[in-house]
Structure formats: structure tokens, C-alpha cells
Design a protein around this ligand. Structure first.
Ligand SMILES: *Cc1c(COP(=O)(O)O)cnc(C)c1O
Length: 404
């Protein structure tokens, strides 16, 4: 009799977005006249920029002509895209990353979930609390996290690093030594950023204790302040301890198009074993990468036209972020984020829990956000609003919250 991977049975189930969906649906059914504004889910809303559409059309036409048709892509991705990434995302920022250290993929969710496969199940992971759930859940599936405590909502073999207002939502070095450290900055859900000096401490720490950092930089394009690193490779010594994940989802609106990449420097080694060669083996054996058409669209992200258009797109969302941030601050809310990230993290007023505030906002303002407790125990009493809505809806939502 076959057996299933019973690690999957340990997963507590992701109630967050399904519970939100159910509550919103029930409210809408009971109050069909109300206009509900959704600032909850982390998905973009602006259409693809013209430079990207043009590249997509061009690549589609190439696929229809025997002279320019392309079949299987190179395992690690097309050179034209890897070169554009190396030049624009790395060399232009003084990071010595070459095209052959870049692995093209269909996104950072997949990479952040799959990357744990090249590590032993004996490794102990450390994650921020609150956290993007993929990092923990994929380690649960692999059997690396121990047992779940439903009371505390934590796993016995995971090191949690609280991110609270006391540490400005940047974790302190853990007391127990982890093997694999997941960091995401600018952060989802808190919208916080890490300074170059703070990130350097993490790099030094990882090199000292022999840990690897998996650095999720999906929100890099939203950085507006000078002292915030765009890549972990801006830090000295990062090439011997860090893997970086990037996505085209948030900077270029590719959530439905699908494109991302992972950087594994050649110097990154566990003893004598190169992580680059393990990940290359995985790509070659069981991964088909991203379509040619989509990789051409990704290349257009780095064209002069594309860059200018995407700067405007990011600015559109960040105008929303500023509107939410200042509006709520003026209304007396404790708010953070929104400066280097499209997320605003606010504290529920008057001692409400995250879910109490969710219900309150839904009923009194018809605005939907995300309860912070859904991202981990330290998220309790917090609440996430996203800047990914339309400007008009964002303004209306903030005005309604201010009027409460
Ligand atoms: C949105 C997001 C990503 C991007 O995932 P894709 O699979 O590339 O769409 C990665 N990490 C975090 C933390 C995110 O919020």
C-alpha cells in the first residue's frame, strides 16, 4: 500500500485568505448596496507597461516563424535576460554578480519554496515573525520543522525572530544558531526595510556561524531611501553566505505573466560542495524555467523605455502608500512601512485584536485589509493594508477610516 508524504498532514491549513474571503462574501451578501474596497491581497492591479506588451507581441511573432522559432530554453535561462539582470540589477549597483550565477525561473514564490530541496532535512531554519508563509510551509512539507503547537501557532524546530515595533521590524540575531536564515527586505507583511549596516551584521553573522541566508528581495523596486540596500550582495562577504531571490511580479506587474530569478554565487559552498552546481542540477533535471516569450518581456523591463514606464508604475503605487500612511497617522494610528514597500503596517486601536479590527473595518468602513496575526504570532494586534489598489479607491478607503 502506498503512503503519502505525511508531512503535508501536519500543515495547519491556511485559513487567512479563505477566512477573509468568507467574511467579505457574507458581508457583501447581507449589504448588497455597500461598496467594499479591498486593500488586502498583495496583488498588483495596473496593466503591463507598453514596452513589455511590445516585447511580448514581438516574441509571439518570432514563435510563429520557422526562422525565429525557439523550443526548449537553456536550463538556466536565456543569456539576453541574464546579461540584462547582471548589468542592471547587480553591476550597476557595484555588485560583482555575473550572468552565469543567475537562474531564471517562473517566480520567487516557487524559488523560495523549492530552494530548500538542496539542503539536508537536518538543517534548522530561522524565520522572521511575522513572515511570508511560503518559507515555513515548504519546510513543513520537507519534514524539517518538528511538531506544531496550535496554541502558540509555532513549530518546535523553527527559530522565530520577532519583528516588533521595539526593533523597528528588523530581527535581532537569534540566540540559537540556525543553519538556514530566511530574510525578506523590504518586508512583506510589515513594509519595513533593513539598512546596509544592519544587513552587513547578518552577513557577518552567517559567515561566522556557517549559515546560509536566503534573501527575498521581491520588493527591491519600492526602495526610496538612500541607505537601504537593493541587493544583499551590496554587503561585504555576502557571496559566501547568501542566495538572493528576485521577482518581476511587484516591480513590473508580472503576477499573471510569471518570471523571477535566483542568484547563487559560485563562491557559495557548503564545505567543498557548490550550491550553484546543486541548483543547476535541479534546474537541468526537473525544471523548465520560463517561456521564451516571457523572458523577452523580462528583457524589456531593463530597456530605457521599460525602466521609465515601470518607475511610473511603482510611483503610482507608492503615492497610494504615502496617502494611506499619512492619512492614518493624521487620524492617530500607529503606522509603519509604506516608504520602501507597498505595504502599510498599522496597529489596531484601543486594544483590538487583528481579527477584531478586521471585522470593525469591514463593517464600519467597508474596507478589507489583512489581519497581522495571520502572518505569525508577533503580528497579533497589527493589520496590513496594501498600496496596490487604484488611487481613487485608496483615497476613498482612507477617508472612510479617518471618518470612523
Ligand atoms: C509577492 C512576493 C513574492 C513574489 O512571488 P512571485 O512568485 O514571483 O509572484 C516573493 N516573496 C514575497 C515575500 C512576496 O510577497
Amino acid at each position: 500500500m502506498y503512503k503519502v508524504n505525511d508531512n503535508y498532514l501536519k500543515l495547519p491549513g491556511s485559513y487567512l485568505f479563505s477566512t477573509i474571503g468568507k467574511k467579505v462574501k457574507a458581508y457583501a451578501a447581507a449589504h448588497p448596496d455597500r461598496k467594499i474596497i479591498r486593500l488586502g491581497i498583495g496583488d498588483v492591479t495596473q496593466p503591463l507597461a507598453p514596452a513589455i506588451i511590445k516585447a511580448l507581441h514581438g516574441a509571439v511573432d518570432e514563435m510563429g516563424d520557422a526562422a525565429t522559432f525557439r523550443g526548449y530554453a537553456p536550463d538556466l535561462g536565456y543569456e539576453f535576460l541574464r546579461n540584462a539582470i547582471a548589468d542592471n540589477d547587480y553591476r550597476a549597483r557595484g555588485c560583482d554578480i555575473s550572468a552565469d550565477e543567475i537562474f531564471i525561473s517562473d517566480g520567487a514564490k516557487c524559488d523560495s519554496g523549492n530552494i530548500q530541496e538542496i539542503f539536508s532535512t537536518d538543517n534548522r531554519i530561522a524565520v522572521c515573525d511575522p513572515v511570508y508563509p511560503v518559507y515555513v510551509d515548504t519546510n513543513v512539507m520537507a519534514g524539517r520543522t518538528g511538531t506544531y503547537d496550535p496554541q502558540k501557532e509555532t513549530w518546535s524546530n523553527v527559530i522565530y525572530m520577532p519583528c516588533t515595533r521595539e526593533n523597528d521590524f528588523v530581527p535581532e540575531l537569534p540566540k540559537e544558531t540556525p543553519d538556514i536564515i530566511y530574510l525578506c527586505f523590504p518586508n512583506n507583511p510589515t513594509g519595513s526595510a533593513i539598512t546596509g549596516r544592519q544587513l552587513q551584521e547578518w552577513v557577518d553573522y552567517a559567515n561566522r556561524v556557517g549559515a546560509v541566508i536566503i534573501y527575498d528581495a521581491a520588493y527591491e523596486a519600492y526602495i526610496s531611501q538612500e541607505n537601504i540596500p537593493h541587493s544583499i550582495y551590496e554587503c561585504q562577504g555576502a557571496k559566501t553566505c547568501a542566495i538572493e531571490l528576485r521577482s518581476f511580479s511587484k516591480n513590473a506587474g508580472f503576477t499573471g505573466v510569471r518570471l523571477g530569478f535566483t542568484v547563487i554565487p559560485r563562491e557559495l559552498k557548503a564545505g567543498e560542495v557548490s550550491l550553484h552546481s546543486l541548483w543547476a542540477r535541479r534546474h537541468g533535471t526537473k525544471y523548465n524555467g520560463a517561456p521564451y516569450i516571457v523572458q523577452r518581456a523580462g528583457e524589456a523591463v531593463y530597456s530605457e523605455e521599460g525602466k521609465a514606464q515601470l518607475r511610473q508604475q511603482v510611483a503610482y503605487y507608492m503615492k497610494n502608500a504615502a496617502y494611506i500612511y499619512h492619512g492614518l497617522k493624521d487620524a492617530g494610528y500607529e503606522v509603519s512601512g509604506g516608504v520602501n514597500a507597498p505595504y502599510i503596517w498599522l496597529r489596531a486601536p484601543r486594544g483590538m485584536s487583528s481579527w477584531e479590527f478586521f471585522d470593525y473595518l469591514l463593517e464600519k468602513a467597508n474596507v478589507v485589509g489583512t489581519p497581522g496575526s495571520g502572518f505569525g504570532p508577533s503580528g497579533e494586534t497589527y493589520f496590513r493594508l496594501t498600496a496596490f489598489g487604484s488611487y481613487e479607491n485608496t483615497v476613498e478607503a482612507v477617508e472612510r477610516i479617518k471618518a470612523l
